[in-house]
Design a protein. Sequence first.
Length: 469
Amino acid sequence: MNRIKTTGMYELFPRSGCADSRSTHYCAGCGHGIVHKLIAEALAELQIQNETIIFNPVGCSVFGYYYWDAGNISAAHGRSPSAATGIARTLKDRVIICYQGDGDLAAIGLNSTLQAANRGEHIAVIFINNATYGMTGGQMAPTTLGGMKTLTSPFGRDPLTDGYPLHVCELINQLAAPVYIERVSVADTKRIFKARNAVFKALRIQKEGKGYAFVEIIAPCPTSLKLSPLECARFCANEMEAEFPLGCLRDKSDQPIAEAVPHQHVSAEEFFSKPDYDFEILAPVVDHACKESSMRFAGFGGQGVLTLGLWLAGAARIDRRFTTWYPSYGPEQRGGAASCSVVISGHEIGSPAADSLDLFVAMNQVAYQRFVCDVKSGGTVFVDETVPLDKKPPTDVKLVRVPAIKLAAEFDSPQSANTVMLAAIATVGNVTLRRESLLKSLEGSFRKKPGQAAANRDVFIRAEQRLKS
Ligand SMILES: Cc1ncc(C[n+]2csc(CCOP(=O)(O)OP(=O)(O)O)c2C)c(N)n1
């Protein structure tokens, strides 16, 4: 590697609050600044600055975005690998870095860390092991050494009550998916050069789309450890390394990229957990003309709102769209609040959460009040006629009052108010799903009860006629 001028960082850091705008907010002797520079150098050398997104942690380096001139995101404490999963899977041409401390990664975020590693997400995790919670004043971290005094272990960490130091590289090395795992240190210049190579490799693996890379960096935190910068560097080189030996635990970066298993054609029976469908559902097809559409269906348990969402999701699958269906139950199933979100898209979906709705169906007052403000401009709200409109929908939202409960009763099928709602959605026509797919999805869900399939088809068609008239 040639040494080149770092462009991955801003020239000046005015937001750091330091008078000269050249200094960082870090304490003297802290390892964070060194690692920031190593990342910035790798971004520049690999020419990936413009396509890189760095997840800044909760911890001393929460302000990483003051320094890195790249895309920056802040995730909740310890949840960077989960949030990064969504980004990495939807924006496949980006380089994703999770920069995390030992409190963030190995305590509150350990599950998120291990699951992402086990799935082999395409992210580079840069793990700063300074043996303490720096930002909050030096509490015991999972990586605190046995006998080490911290704010919360004033008599020294006692493994019998506090557990043993957690060896995260070794834990991750138990998993099959990761491509690269190495532990390095920034305690002195010789070690910093090795750390530089490791950071570079982890980022190169991302640029080449090869998979999960994990670099643990032993880094000094003189302030929390109450040592001088020099003493702290020595502590890292001697005591930390005695517990956490440096070295590469795995490097499969020269192996070919693992082939993704292609989408299988599955029958709906396999696809839905509670299947009644008898027709084949083909794999979704990428169609960039089909914009992502977020929907929520809400009411009491027993009103069929989860099933209504499933019908829409089923129709989308028949139309070969990408689809998610995500239920949320109240404490009890029948009578408690129930809702589900459905996302339908012409491309892979990053998250099943529907926070900004294109379509919202409310079957009762509580549901209406709870979610109506989540509907975005241009969206549509379908609300049962019986629900009082005691809250105004946002501007530019179309409101459709549907006599769903009334018509279902009139058709002698009081439990089919959700079918009337489906007909209303098909009639108002602001979903791109084909009517025949909606009907097929509806009927298919009653495959094992042919009488109900015919009855619901009948309700759907009669409701359509009434709503059009
Ligand atoms: C959910 C939540 N719990 C606790 C905190 C308080 N908190 C802020 S930073 C931090 C620990 C950071 O330690 P570490 O990840 O080791 O990073 P360092 O500051 O040492 O770089 C904690 C517990 C928080 N912000 N959010």
